[in-house]
Ligand binder design. Structure first.
Ligand code: NCD
Ligand code: ZN
Ligand code: ZN
Length: 445
């Protein structure tokens, strides 16, 4: 089957131009400048989509999701997670290792792979999880997107709080290291100080900006010592950003991402959302939120990733000390960013860079991240004028709630294609089809 998507505004990181995308056998075979007569192209084996007044963007690549398989089926699975991704214009995801059991060996990875392959409707890759004693095993693992290293404990029991072990991961493996940078000792000290407090806002004091900055400093020192590629995920404070901005000046092997919830929510929001917005790293002050947007503007922030970490509403609604950390995000990243395009805060070109071209480049994902001949035909069609209220009836994650429920957002994906197949149409139409496992070029250097 061939598809022609014509008369749309094609968005690259550098420009927007009216054009047509020609697709065959799952790949983009040709991109043509200018308008074409849609009716004249129609024939029996060609599907022609007229994207007049709409934008064509490469599918978003979310390098940080928790789709919870195996062991967390009550919170999320790949059927629901894929639908949430598709409705959000996300065509590829990288899945975190804090499952049950955690993905800490080749055998456990292969078991996860077999389960996910049956249900994934988007493309996928996997992280291995680092522990204080699996560096030799991880060094031998193949086919992974990278290694997630929890420098401070979060949901699940993965933790590397020994800097000697972190250094071993840098020197003894050649995988991309993705760091959850919060210092464990710092968190524990504050936890003891705030023992018994149940105001959800205490979360931001326990895991304060100093704990994050300390971990970033420690990791940067080691990365610089070994000139070792590392990626900081869910960076949430101005202090971390400044450390990374400085370090990047002579180290292009350091990259970072920020999440939509740190960009769009702040510690003020505990008043309204309480434990629902308990997340690691925690929500920060509006000042920090502002500094993250500055980091986007000046290019310190390489990409946006959601840290889609679904938990059931009934779990989240418990008292602070019992509520798990994490919130769903994969479906609303693009609408939130499109909204900011309409607000004049961002350009569409920048959105493509942050959500597709940079994720593909920095994570070494083959065949993705651009609307160009030869690339896989993963793309979305966006109606930038569509104004809709976020409503849980149309949220597809098993965690059928969102702090953004009720927000009015302008700019939504209306069609999502994976490997040349139409998988999603606004607002609730999904079409069967499987995602493929991503392949990576060696990304350690
Ligand atoms: C994540 C989860 O629930 O798996 N929670 C979170 O608060 N971000 C774990 C993580 O990425 O730290
Ligand atoms: Zn994390
Ligand atoms: Zn996470």
């Amino acid at each position: 089957m061939k598809q022609f998507v014509v008369n749309g505004n094609i968005v690259t990181p550098d420009e927007i131009f009216e054009g047509a995308v020609f697709v065959k056998d799952g790949k983009i075979v040709h991109v043509e400048d200018g308008s074409v007569d849609a009716v004249a192209l129609e024939s029996e084996d060609i599907q022609v989509i007229d994207a007049h007044d709409q934008f064509i963007l490469p599918g978003a690549i979310d390098v940080h999701v928790h789709f919870r398989i195996p062991g967390g089926e009550a919170k999320e699975d790949w059927t629901h997670g894929s639908k949430a991704a598709l409705a959000g214009g996300v065509t590829s995801v990288l899945d975190m290792p804090n499952t049950n059991p955690p993905t800490i060996s080749q055998k456990l990875l292969d078991e996860k792979r077999a389960l996910v392959g049956k249900d994934a409707m988007v493309n996928y890759g996997f992280y291995a999880g680092a522990t204080n004693d699996n560096v030799e095993e991880v060094a031998k693992m193949t086919g992974i997107a990278g290694v997630k290293i929890y420098m401070g404990s979060s949901t699940g029991n993965l933790l590397v709080d020994d800097m000697k072990v972190l250094e071993d991961f840098m020197t003894k493996t050649d995988h991309l290291l993705v760091l959850h940078a919060e210092n464990e000792a710092c968190i524990r000290e504050h936890m003891a100080e705030h023992e018994g407090e149940e105001n959800p806002a205490v979360h931001s004091q326990i895991r304060d900006p100093e704990c994050a900055a300390q971990a970033v400093k420690d990791a940067l020192a080691l990365a610089k010592k070994h000139k070792r590629r590392v990626h900081f995920t869910h960076v949430s404070t101005g202090a971390e950003l400044e450390l990374i901005r400085e370090a990047k000046k002579d180290a292009d092997y350091i990259t970072m991402d920020v999440t939509p919830h740190h960009l769009f929510l702040s510690s003020k929001d505990y008043d309204q959302y309480g434990t629902l917005v308990r997340v690691n790293p925690p929500l920060r002050t509006e000042e920090n939120q502002h500094l993250l947007w500055e980091g986007i503007a000046d290019g310190t922030v390489d990409l946006v990733a959601t840290d889609h970490a679904p938990h059931q509403l009934k779990e989240k609604e418990q008292i602070y000390s019992k509520a798990p950390s994490g919130l769903p995000g994969v479906q609303l990243m693009m609408p939130l960013l499109f909204h900011m395009v309409n607000e004049g805060q961002l350009t569409l070109e920048k959105v493509v860079e942050l959500t597709s071209s940079h994720p593909a480049q920095k994570f070494g994902i083959e065949g993705k991240g651009a609307i160009e001949a030869g690339m896989d035909a993963d793309f979305m069609i966006v109606d930038l004028q569509k104004l809709e209220r976020v409503c849980h009836h149309y949220l597809w994650s098993k965690a059928n709630w969102s702090p953004f429920h009720g927000w009015h957002l302008k700019g939504w994906p209306v069609m999502t294609f994976v490997g040349g197949e139409l998988r999603y149409e606004w607002r609730d139409k999904f079409h069967e089809g499987k995602g493929s496992e991503l392949t990576f070029v060696n990304s350690s250097s």
